[in-house]
Write a protein that binds this ligand. Structure first.
Ligand SMILES: Nc1ncnc2c1ncn2[C@@H]1O[C@H](COP(=O)(O)OP(=O)(O)O)[C@@H](O)[C@H]1O
Ligand SMILES: [Mg+2]
Length: 255
């Protein structure tokens, strides 16, 4: 059997400064090439899981482990995780005033290449890559000249993020509530971008609150998150069931 891209085993996480446990024994195996969805109501700990994957400060793992392509993810610094092919799209993208989106993308890509021991991209090469990728996402060149996310609409922010993801060629993409604030057209473009990035050697974890996104990004498996753990897993039918029955029917179930 090939190594799963992501393996989370009995993960317990608390807030660093408090005695507040947020993740209470998460188990998840994400094989190469698959797209899994995590659904759960607000406050169930979905974003905390993505923050811990990213290596964000402020959280403490008290038990369990995370393997990323067989390696101990928790031992890696945040930049090492990115270099190793982990990409996270957050619910609230950061704004970078004064830095053109294009410049940011080039810096991000070259930082990743550098830590992999690869050479920096030459400008014409980079421009060609960006042109091709942005055309697919219907991103206008004008947007790339503006500072990253500053004054971008919700849809533009998500497109910029998916563009960055396309350029980085990650092995694991984690999308946290990528659908929030998107109108239907933007949702379609983002989903098409994501679907385009599906590959045999790449996995995706799509975190969402509504099943709407899963009409466009069809997951191989769906996991229901409740009170800091996965309480139920199934195929995409489970997402539809959740929508009709509501989250409360899954509360208190053990996985
Ligand atoms: N840094 C933090 N300090 C205190 N509480 C936090 C912190 N981060 C998350 N929480 C709490 O943990 C719970 C889960 O939050 P979150 O992971 O954002 O859930 P979701 O993304 O599913 O809405 C919430 O009750 C939230 O208030
Ligand atoms: Mg969240």
């Amino acid at each position: 059997m090939t190594t799963p891209i992501l393996e989370i085993k009995d993960l317990h996480v608390k807030v660093e400064e408090e005695d507040k446990e947020i993740l209470k024994g998460v188990n998840l195996t994400l094989p190469a090439g698959e797209v899994h969805a995590i659904m759960g109501r607000n406050g169930s700990g979905k974003s905390t899981l993505s923050y811990v994957l990213a290596g964000k400060d402020g959280y403490e793992v008290t038990q369990g482990e995370i393997l990323f392509n067989g390696k101990d993810l928790l031992e890696m610094e945040a930049d090492e995780r990115a270099a190793a092919g982990l990409f996270l799209a957050f619910q609230y993208p950061i704004e970078i005033p004064g830095v053109a989106t294009m410049t940011f993308l080039k810096a991000a890509l070259n930082a990743q290449r550098k830590s992999r021991g690869e050479e920096e991209l030459k400008i014409p090469e980079f421009m060609k890559m960006v042109k091709e990728a942005s055309a697919k996402l219907e991103i206008k060149q004008d947007m790339l000249k503006r500072p990253l996310n500053v004054g971008f609409s919700g849809g533009e922010k998500k497109r910029a993020e998916i563009l960055q993801m396309a350029l980085m060629q990650p092995s694991l993409c984690v999308l946290d509530e990528t659908d929030s604030g998107l109108d239907i057209d933007a949702l379609k473009i983002v989903s098409e971008g994501v679907n385009h990035l599906r590959a045999a050697n790449r996995s995706m974890l799509v975190i969402t609150h509504y099943q709407r996104l899963l009409n466009y990004i069809v997951p191989d498996r769906v996991h229901v998150f409740s009170d800091g753990r996965i309480v139920e897993s199934g195929d995409r039918e489970l997402a539809l069931e959740l929508e009709s029955k509501g989250y409360s029917s899954f509360d208190g179930h053990a996985a």
